[in-house]
Design a protein around this ligand. Structure first.
Ligand SMILES: [Cu+2]
Length: 368
């Protein structure tokens, strides 16, 4: 209660935006916050004793000489932090634990102060009067995030890449195990966060940019191999026949896709990573497209810019079946019907393994 009072009092002395920030923090304070703060303090104390030659065990991140240190092969590899920042262990906000990152000293102090921790062994009850350092440290985060544009208590709004999510394997071009015809992968030590600076294209930015664009969003959550989406057309069936110029309803069975999740296709196209539901199933929707072909056994490669019918299946499947009505039917002819199973932001679904059955279905049918 004393801490709560401290935060409310502090909040009243801050600007409106900073005040709401503090209230959010109070509301969010979780049972592990104090322990996280104490653990961060202990780690930062330990880091002061490390040298570039200190032994380490991968995967271990640390701070050595105020530089971010990754343990590679039993030895620290140091990376300098950006201007105005240093390396520190920070308390995690949403789960027990700490993360090692580059940040400002003000952000470090504020984030530790927000946990209520004042030293390694402190407890909530003992911090009746918060030290002056905590008070001065708690005010700057709002300024830090607006002026430096960098560190923020929330990694989802911070402009700084958290080292905990750096995919170190991306630094490998794959040619250590050469295979005939295999080309070197593009590599990155910062998750390609600025990749779009390397191409002369506008950012995708939520729009369907018809002349092409560069998309900076990560690919996101990939489901387990056992939860790859799959679909099969029930009507029309492969080789089936539909009456010409007569309304009909496409029916498609779908598995392992939490259908009914679609975002604004004009404003949020490819604008967020693939996401999974609590069961580990991709949250998304499907589409169906019908293309005209000149015969059922045609071998002509089709032009994807041309199609006879297209529909996003925005509703959730009923009893595992998605439907789309082709209100005016189709003229006499031969057709190819395909699904485009997608995540919520309309991107094609991504799977955990390269070798898998088709995640979509295609059937060929006659309209007569
Ligand atoms: Cu879509």
């Amino acid at each position: 209660m004393q801490l709560l009072g401290y935060f409310v009092t502090l909040a009243l002395t801050l600007s409106t935006s900073a005040r709401s920030l503090q209230y959010v923090r109070v509301a969010r304070r979780a049972g592990f916050d104090l322990a996280n703060g104490q653990a961060a303090i202990a780690l930062n104390d330990k880091f002061k004793t490390l040298t570039p030659d200190s032994p380490c065990t991968a995967p271990e991140d640390a701070c050595v000489n105020d530089k971010f240190a990754q343990c590679v092969g039993g030895k620290f590899v140091l990376q300098s932090c950006g201007p105005g920042t240093g390396c520190a262990a920070l308390p995690l906000v949403n789960s027990p634990g700490t993360s090692v990152t580059c940040t400002t000293s003000a952000d470090l102090a504020a984030r530790i102060a927000a946990t209520g921790a004042t030293d390694v062994g402190s407890s909530t009850g003992s911090s009746a009067s918060p030290p002056p350092a905590a008070t001065t440290a708690a005010a700057p985060p709002a300024q830090t995030s607006s002026t430096a544009g960098g560190s923020s208590a929330d990694p989802q709004t911070s402009l700084t890449l958290d080292p905990a999510v750096i995919a170190k394997g991306f630094a490998n071009d794959g040619q250590d195990v050469p295979a005939a015809g295999q080309v070197a992968s593009l590599t990155s030590t910062n998750n390609f966060i600025n990749f779009c600076l390397t191409v002369n294209q506008p950012l995708t930015n939520g729009a369907q940019v018809v002349d092409g664009s560069c998309n900076p969003a990560p690919m996101g959550s990939i489901p387990a191999k056992t939860k790859m989406p799959s679909s099969k057309f029930i009507f029309p069936k492969n080789g089936g026949t539909v009456a010409a110029n007569t309304a009909f309803t496409i029916q498609m069975g779908i598995k392992n896709l939490e259908t009914g999740n679609f975002v604004n296709a004009q404003e949020n196209y490819f604008s967020a990573p693939q996401q999974l539901n609590a069961q580990g199933i991709i949250r998304g929707h499907s589409h169906v497209v019908i293309e005209t072909i000149n015969a059922l056994d045609s071998t002509t490669v089709l032009d994807p810019t041309v199609f006879a019918f297209f529909k996003g299946l925005n509703a959730a499947a009923e009893n595992g079946i998605l439907t789309a009505s082709v209100d005016k039917g189709l003229p006499t002819g031969f057709y190819k019907l395909s699904s485009i199973n997608s995540a919520a932001n309309h991107q094609p679904v991504l799977a955990a393994v390269a070798q898998h059955g088709s995640l979509d279905d295609t059937v060929y049918f006659t309209v007569a």
